[in-house]
Design a protein around this ligand. Structure first.
Ligand SMILES: CC(C)(COP(=O)(O)OP(=O)(O)OC[C@H]1O[C@@H](n2cnc3c(N)ncnc32)[C@H](O)[C@@H]1OP(=O)(O)O)[C@@H](O)C(=O)NCCC(=O)NCCS
Length: 355
C-alpha cells in the first residue's frame, strides 16, 4: 500500500536515471562476494549503460543479478513543519529509481559507440572532440577494447516520496514553510510536491489568475519553452539563443506559470546575491496578457527567497513602468543615492572577448 502511494510513473523514473550524475551498481562476484560500484551512466536503447576497463571487478558481475539505483534528495522536512513537539514526522522528500536485472555486456561495436556517444553528450555537451564512430580510425580499436555494460529497463521502479502521506491541509502548510525557509532546493521542492499532490489547496503566495498555476523553480527542462516565450522580445534582440539560454540557467530565481495543459505561459527571473537583485525577462504569452499574470509572477519573484531580502532590486524597462511602479519601483533618477555616486556601466558587444 505504502509502496503504491509513492510509486512514480515510468517516464519519471527514467528521468531520474537520465539526470543522475552517477548511479550505483550493486551485484555479486561469482563466489558470492558483494560488489558496489559508482559509475557514470547513460540511458540508451532502452537500457541504462556504463563503461569500464575489460578487467577487474566490473567484469566479474557480467551475467549476474544486479540492482542499479539513482536518487535525488528534494528537501529535508523537519518535524516541526508538522508537529511542534514530536520528533517523529521528521523526514526527507526524495525521488529515486531502481532497475533490477542481469548485467549484459554490449558486444556490437555500433551499440557500444551509441553508449559512448551518449556519455560524451551527457558529460561533455560542448563537444570539442571528433564524434565517436565505431568505424572511425580514431576510435575503431578503442571501441573494440573498452567494455560496455547495460541493464535493460525491463524491471524499473520509480519512487517519489513527496508528502503523499500527509493530509492536504498539512501539505499546504508544508509548502508555506518551505517557501519561508527558502533553502536553495526548496522552491523546486514546492513545485514537485504540488505536482504529485494535485488535491493540495493553493497557498496564498502561489495565488494566480484562474487557469494558471505558478511555478517557483523553472529548470533545464523548461529552457526551450522559455526561449519560445522570449522570442522577439526587444531586450534580447542582439543576443544569441545560446547566451539567452545560459542566462536563464544561471538565474538565482526563475519563476513562471503554466496553463492547465502544463504549457509555460509566463516567466520572470532574477540574478541576486540576496543583497542586490536584478530582474530580467519578465514575459507573459500574448494570449494570457491583461489577466493579472504579469503581476502574479512579479509578486512571486519579489517574494522569492533569493530576492525577498534584497535592499535594492533593479530592472530596466522600455514601457512597462506602470507594472513595476505598483510594486514600489521608481525611476532611479528619483531615488537619492545613499552615498553620492555615479552609476557606471561597461558595454561590450562581445567582439573584444579574449578566448
Ligand atoms: C509586460 C507584461 C509582462 C505584463 O503582463 P500581463 O499579464 O499582461 O500584466 P497584468 O495583466 O498582470 O497587468 C499589468 C498591469 O501593468 C500595467 N502596465 C503598465 N505598463 C504595461 C505594459 N507595457 N505592458 C503591460 N502592462 C502594463 C497594466 O495596465 C496592468 O495594470 P492594471 O492591473 O491596472 O490593469 C506583458 O504585457 C508582456 O509580456 N509584454 C511583453 C514583454 C515585456 O514587455 N515585458 C516587460 C519587459 S520590462
Amino acid at each position: 500500500m505504502r509502496r503504491e502511494l509513492y510509486r512514480m510513473d515510468r517516464q519519471g523514473a527514467v528521468a531520474v536515471l537520465e539526470r543522475a550524475p552517477v548511479v550505483h551498481v550493486a551485484s555479486t562476484t561469482p563466489d558470492g562476494a558483494p560488489v558496489l560500484r559508482t559509475v557514470h551512466s547513460v540511458v540508451v536503447d532502452g537500457a541504462v549503460a556504463f563503461h569500464g576497463a575489460p578487467a577487474g571487478e566490473k567484469t566479474e558481475t557480467i551475467g549476474r543479478e544486479a540492482v542499479i539505483s539513482a536518487e535525488e534528495i528534494i528537501a529535508e522536512i523537519p518535524s516541526y513543519f508538522v508537529d511542534p513537539e514530536r520528533a517523529c514526522p521528521a523526514t526527507t522528500y526524495y525521488v529515486s529509481a531502481q532497475v533490477h536485472g542481469r548485467l549484459e555486456e554490449v558486444e556490437d561495436p555500433a551499440a557500444k559507440a551509441r553508449v559512448l556517444r551518449g556519455l560524451m553528450e551527457q558529460f561533455q555537451p560542448e563537444g570539442g572532440h571528433v564524434p565517436i564512430d565505431e568505424a572511425h580510425p580514431l576510435y575503431k580499436n578503442a571501441v573494440r577494447g573498452i567494455m560496455v555494460v547495460r541493464m535493460p529497463l525491463t524491471h524499473l521502479d520509480g519512487k517519489a516520496k513527496l508528502g503523499q502521506n500527509r493530509k492536504p491541509e498539512e501539505l499546504t502548510k508544508i509548502l508555506e514553510l518551505l517557501w519561508k525557509r527558502g533553502r536553495p532546493g526548496d522552491p523546486r521542492a514546492i513545485d514537485l510536491v504540488r505536482q504529485v499532490n494535485p488535491a493540495v489547496s493553493t497557498p496564498d503566495f502561489l495565488q494566480a489568475p484562474q487557469g494558471a498555476q505558478l511555478l517557483c523553480a523553472l529548470g533545464h527542462e523548461r529552457t526551450e519553452e522559455a526561449l519560445a516565450l522570449l522570442d522577439g522580445t526587444y531586450w534580447n534582440e542582439s543576443i544569441s539563443r545560446d547566451m539567452v539560454a545560459r542566462a536563464l540557467l544561471s538565474a538565482s530565481a526563475w519563476v513562471g506559470a503554466q496553463d492547465s495543459s502544463g504549457d509555460l505561459v509566463a516567466m520572470a527571473r532574477a540574478v541576486s546575491d540576496s543583497k542586490t537583485a536584478w530582474i530580467y525577462d519578465v514575459v507573459v504569452r500574448p494570449d494570457w496578457r491583461q489577466k493579472g499574470l504579469g503581476k502574479a509572477i512579479m509578486r512571486l519573484l519579489l517574494d522569492h527567497p533569493m530576492v525577498r531580502d534584497a535592499r535594492k532590486v533593479r530592472l530596466a524597462t522600455r514601457d512597462a513602468q506602470g507594472l513595476y511602479e505598483r510594486f514600489g519601483f521608481r525611476d532611479i533618477g528619483d531615488v537619492p543615492a545613499a552615498v553620492p555616486n555615479t552609476e557606471m556601466v561597461l558595454v561590450r558587444d562581445g567582439s573584444d572577448r579574449v578566448e
